[in-house]
Design a protein around this ligand. Structure first.
Ligand code: GRF
Length: 234
């Protein structure tokens, strides 16, 4: 039994800073959830370390402020992260959502937003950290795969888990189909996980995140298109 004490995380404000490096489909899922009213939040800033990230176009299409800054122009991770923090603060961000941001964040960013930096990863952590997680899962031969929203820490894909969702792996799955089905699931759980954090009342005991009963019910309601068995071309 754990002896660590339980503490309630402070309820953050509802302004999100979303950090991306590429395609931005999770960013789009967040923006869509806000637009349809299922997530009560506002995207204050979309920040990218790559000027060519497609997610920047998505942000512009939704009328959201963007900022681009290459990490290459900075001598170290800390100086770069300090600049990100400055931009996030200037735009009044309360919570940071890493959405395909291909960089490990340093304590400079984590300490500026304590218990308020989330990340999404396409595996049931702690399995299959790092790149191409759905391919790793398929090649390993797992029967259940999924995705995880977790609090970020200084190491890759290791922070406390906030929400996970799972799907069955089918015999016909390929790297492409499993990656796509997990991505569809990501788009469902990330906005929900953000909503859980913004609604407050989340408690933490060591690594364990404890949800309120209502939050647990909401989390259990993830009915996934991704779970339906797709029809495969022969
Ligand atoms: C997603 O699979 C996410 O889990 C991982 O990076 C990918 C980003 O995709 N961290 P997108 O840019 O959100 O489309």
């Amino acid at each position: 039994m754990t002896t660590e004490s339980i503490r309630t995380l402070p309820t953050p404000g509802r302004r999100l800073g979303v950090l991306i490096s590429g395609r931005g489909s999770n960013l789009q899922a967040i923006l869509d959830a806000i637009e349809t009213g299922s997530l009560n939040a506002e995207v204050a800033l979309v920040f990218s370390n790559r000027g060519k990230a497609r997610g920047l176009e998505i942000a512009k299409a939704y009328g959201v402020p963007t900022a681009v800054l290459s990490h290459r122009a900075f001598p170290d991770r800390e100086t770069y992260d300090a600049e990100i923090v400055k931009q996030l603060r200037e735009h009044g961000a309360d919570v940071v959502c890493l959405a395909g941001f291909m960089r490990i964040v340093s304590p400079v960013l984590l300490n500026a937003f304590p218990d308020r930096v989330l990340n999404i990863h396409p595996s049931l952590l702690p399995a299959f950290k790092g790149l191409d997680a759905p391919c790793q899962a398929l090649d390993y031969g797992v029967r259940i795969a999924g995705c995880t929203v977790h609090f970020a820490d200084e190491t890759l894909d290791t922070g406390p888990v906030l929400l996970q969702a799972a799907i069955r792996v089918h015999d016909e799955d390929t790297h492409e189909t499993l990656t796509q089905r997990i991505l569809t699931l990501e788009h469902q759980i990330y906005p929900r996980a953000i909503g859980l954090l913004l609604d407050g009342g989340i408690r933490r005991q060591g690594r364990r995140i404890l949800l309120s009963e209502a939050a647990e019910r909401a989390a259990a309601e993830i009915h996934s298109e991704a779970e339906r068995k797709p029809t495969y071309a022969q």
